[in-house]
Design a binder for this molecule. Structure first.
Ligand SMILES: Nc1ncnc2c1ncn2[C@@H]1O[C@H](COP(=O)(O)OP(=O)(O)OP(=O)(O)O)[C@@H](O)[C@H]1O
Ligand SMILES: [Mg+2]
Length: 253
């Protein structure tokens, strides 16, 4: 197995009103190819910042991030844009959808930009994903005409459209009810089983329990780690969830 993400003493400091805030402090994290890793921790502990920095969406203050063996900070912007388009999929807390495009056009846009498949195939793939996530009815609507939960699922469709090597998902079920959450979890597992590495943030014990490994972040540092291994069948989920819950208790969750 090869390492797809590796941080070495990753530090991120934000300066606001001349006050510096050390949001990530010497984070050493390794994610192997095809792994499904979850980041948990209190609000403000740096989880989103970690996702932003390891995906090259934001710069690091010190230390390094290797993505697929390449140092992100030494890449030119154009190279980075290309890697993001071809190798990464994103679901972030802020959804970054294009206001002037319909839901389906937002989903297929990175597919058209990547030019990996003919356009009609990209559209078919988008429709299939939307059907699985039960948002096909919203295809032609504008992004202001759908609910937060529908928008969140549309983001997942967009993130998967190029079959990314790595999927970054920041609270992908944050706005969803339990049925829609289940659909999202199913899609994440499916993508992971098909070879996509997943790095996800969640506050949900249930959602975390489908991952192979969980790391716990406190004040920008890794405080603990729980290895669950690959989930073999759906019937394992309640046992795994209990494991996660008791580990989180130990972590002071
Ligand atoms: N762009 C920014 N400029 C300044 N400070 C920031 C910025 N982004 C995040 N922060 C600060 O960094 C800290 C960590 O934020 P982050 O969003 O990574 O937390 P989080 O663990 O994802 O929290 P949550 O669970 O609430 O989403 C917070 O104190 C936040 O206020
Ligand atoms: Mg966050």
């Amino acid at each position: 197995m090869s390492t797809v993400i590796e941080t070495k003493d990753l530090c991120k400091t934000y300066i606001v009103d001349k006050q510096s805030n050390n949001v990530l402090q010497n984070v050493n994290l390794k994610v192997e190819e095809k792994e499904f890793v979850t980041v948990m921790g209190p609000s403000g502990s740096g989880k989103s910042t970690l996702l932003y920095t390891v995906s090259g969406m934001d710069t690091v203050t010190a230390g390094s991030v290797l993505f697929d063996g390449e140092e992100l900070s030494s890449m030119k912007e154009k190279e980075l844009i290309n890697i993001r388009l071809l190798k990464m999929g994103f679901i972030f807390q802020q959804m970054y959808m294009m206001k002037k495009l319909s839901i389906i056009d937002n989903i297929i846009l990175p597919g058209f930009q990547a030019k990996l498949k003919p356009r009609d195939e990209v559209r078919k793939d988008a429709e299939n994903l939307m059907r699985k996530l039960e948002i096909i009815d919203t295809a032609e609507r504008e992004i202001t005409e759908v609910s937060g939960g529908q928008l969140q699922r549309a983001c997942l469709c967009r993130a998967l459209i190029n079959n990314p090597k790595v999927l970054f998902a920041d609270e992908p079920t944050g706005a969803l009810n339990s049925k829609a959450s289940k659909d999202v979890m199913q899609r994440l597992l499916e993508a992971n089983r098909a070879g996509t590495t997943v790095l996800m943030v969640t506050h949900s014990e249930k959602v975390a329990s489908i991952s192979d490994r969980i790391i716990y972040l406190v004040d920008g540092g890794i405080k603990g780690e729980l290895t669950l291994g690959k989930m073999a069948g759906d019937d394992e989920i309640s046992i795994r969830e209990r494991k996660v819950r008791s580990w989180l208790d130990e972590m002071g969750w």
